[in-house]
Structures are given as C-alpha cells and as structure tokens.
Ligand binder design. Structure first.
Ligand code: MN
Ligand code: MN
Length: 299
C-alpha cells in the first residue's frame, strides 16, 4: 500500500467514525428508515467523499444488507433492535463501521454481547495472531451473555476498491483462514450476536447490487443504467433506490436490474435473515494492524 492510500484509509476512517457518532441521534422511534438512510448518505457526500455502500439499516431478525426501498414508508418501532452499517470510500480506500441501538432498552445484554466481543477481538489482534483465534474470542464473549455468534457472517480484510478482500475473520472458534495479521493490513471486525439460531439465510429481497462482470445485455434501459452505475459508483455497491432516483420508472429499473443479475453483469446482496422473530446485534470497526496491535480507524 502506498502512503497516499494509507492516508486515504485513515481519512475515510475519521469521517466514518464521525458520522457513526453523529448519526446515532437519528435513531429514534417513529423515524422513517428512508430519512435515516438518506440523511447519513448526505452526511457522507457533504464531507466530499462517497458512501462505500448504501447505508444498511437492518432491524431485529434482519442481520445485514437491508437498505430502504425508493418509496419505503417504514418507521422505527419502539421494540426495534436497529443496526446501522455505513461505509466511506476515498479513492477506493474504504472504512466500514456499524453499531446497534436497542430502542426498547430491553435487550441491553444482546447489545453488550456484540459490542464487548468487538472490544475483546480488537484487544487481541496484533501481528502474528491468526485470524481464526479471533473467532474463539468473539464466540466466548457472546456466549458468556447467553447468546450465539452468527457463524456465517465474518469480518474481512479490506484492500483498495475491495471491501471483502479474500481473508475472513470468523465469529466462531475453529473456522476461518490460516492467515495471520500483518503490519499494514486493513481489516473490518464485526461480531454479530443473536438469540436466534446463529446462522443467517438469504431472503428473497435484494436492494443492494454491484458490478460483477462484463456480459452482453439486450435491453436499452439496462445498458443506460449500467453506464450510469459504472460512472457514478464504479465497483462500489449501490442501491436500487439510488437508481430509481435517476431513472424514475419502477418497472423499467427493476426489469433492468433483473436482466443484469441474470446475465451476471451485476451481483446482488440479498437481505440476510436470522431465525424469524429473533434479534441480532452487530458492532463493527475498521482497523489498521500496527506493530503494537489494532489501531481503530473508524472512530
Ligand atoms: Mn459493515
Ligand atoms: Mn464489514
């Protein structure tokens, strides 16, 4: 990584950390999800940088990858466990961070399980430590509160323009890559705690997409949308909601996205669901591995 890239990672982290804190005041009962997402995305653009992906607002048994639809009318409910996951990109340098707010105050321990698991993982990470060891630390902390870690969601290495750059950091013991942390690496660590089964599944709903590979596409509207998202978002994930803002017609946009998904031009990120009726908490920070340990960039 060049010095300039590293500076961008550090700056992206500062901005993400600031917006992470400022955005917490938006998370209130009756607040429209659409307003929350668009306000946070505007906060990011107002810093002169780009969202690394659409703001995720995943509630209760939704673990990840939900972002409001174009005309979403949902509002936050008084019993919602709300996960806000946001990212900032500066010339491909990405900072990825998340927090959970428990609006009822009845799920304090679930929130603590995830947040303390993150703290424990960050304390343990240093050069030479295997990514797999971190899974055990996260699992033990979450289980000490009587909850389960979600085993098929992981932390991840980050490289320029690559949010999930190959190496995973598991949230459970005995899995993961054989990789050991090295000075200069960037990682996102994100323990998920749940009172559900400890595993997510893809739902039918897809709101977030990214460019995957170049393939011929037939519809004119698809080609126009493809051109637009390449120019505006490059390889970064985008929301159907963002495309609707430019191309208005719900029918045409959804037909075009469907064609491009089926052709393999786009990949979709389905909303990831835990057991129906369960609750999920998530905390995430982006870190830089230094000689002495993990330096949290996103705070
Ligand atoms: Mn994230
Ligand atoms: Mn992440």
């Amino acid at each position: 990584m060049t010095n300039e890239e590293l500076d961008n990672f550090i700056e992206a982290g500062k901005i993400a950390g600031r917006i992470r804190e400022e955005s917490k005041s938006l998370i209130m009962v009756d607040e429209p999800l659409l307003d929350i997402a668009e306000t946070i995305e505007k906060m990011i653009y107002d810093e002169g940088v780009q969202p690394a992906f659409p703001v995720n607002i995943s509630i209760n048994d939704n673990a990840a990858h939900y972002t409001p639809e174009f005309e979403c009318a949902l509002t936050l409910g008084e019993n919602d466990v709300v996960k806000i996951d946001l990212g900032v990109a500066i010339e491909g340098a990405i900072s990825d961070t998340a927090y959970t707010i428990d609006l009822s105050g009845k799920n304090e321990n679930l929130v603590k399980a995830s947040s303390e698991a993150l703290d424990a993982a960050l304390l343990a990470i240093k050069p030479g430590v295997g990514v797999g060891e971190i899974g055990g630390i996260i699992e033990d902390k979450i289980k000490s509160y009587g909850f389960k870690p979600i085993s098929n969601l992981t932390g991840h290495m980050i490289k320029s323009n690559d949010l999930h750059a190959g190496v995973s950091v598991p949230n459970v013991r005995g899995t993961g890559d054989s990789y050991t942390f090295k000075v200069g690496d960037i990682f996102a660590i994100e323990p998920f705690a749940t009172n559900g089964r400890g595993q997510v599944e893809d739902s039918e709903q897809v709101e977030i997409f990214s460019i995957h590979s170049a393939q011929p596409i037939r519809m004119r509207q698809s080609r126009q949308i493809l051109q637009h998202v390449i120019e505006k978002y490059g390889v970064l994930p985008f929301a159907e909601r963002w495309v609707r803002r430019e191309f208005k017609s719900k029918l045409l946009v959804s037909a075009a996205l469907k064609e491009m998904l089926e052709a393999g031009v786009l990949r979709g990120y389905p909303v990831l669901k835990e057991q129906a009726g369960s609750l999920v908490a998530q905390f995430e920070h982006t870190i830089l591995i230094e000689e002495n340990g993990a330096r949290v960039l996103s705070k």
